[in-house]
Design a protein around this ligand. Structure first.
Ligand SMILES: [Zn+2]
Length: 112
């Protein structure tokens, strides 16, 4: 349901609000290990929408364009074990097995 009427959320006012939230609540630095980039970052869904990812705080991270592309491409990201900085992030593998993400009830990004 949700995905059928929101095929492209990254261009919407909603996404701009999510990004503003992330700017205020997440460390503004590329979340890839050993990357200290802190300019022109792109907000990424750690678990992509097509795997059930949402805009929950635990599923959002900043990535520099290079690492964002790398993660989107998939290969390099997984080849390195998907090792990103924050420990509480579920791995793509665990989500793909259907465990999903426990939504945080506080500090939610906007939901509409
Ligand atoms: Zn980076």
């Amino acid at each position: 349901m949700a995905w059928s009427n929101a095929p492209s959320r990254t261009g919407t006012a909603y996404w701009r609000r999510v990004k503003r939230w992330a700017r205020d609540n997440l460390e503004y630095r590329c979340n890839a290990i050993s990357c200290e980039e802190s300019a022109n970052l792109e907000l990424d869904h750690i678990t992509p929408h097509y795997l059930g990812g949402t805009e929950n705080p635990g599923n959002l991270q900043w990535l520099c364009p290079t690492h964002h592309k790398q993660k989107t491409a998939g290969e390099a990201y997984r080849a390195r074990g998907g090792r990103y900085r924050r420990k509480e992030q579920p791995s793509i593998g665990s989500v793909a097995k259907g465990r999903g993400i426990t939504p945080a009830r506080r500090e939610q990004p906007p939901t509409t």
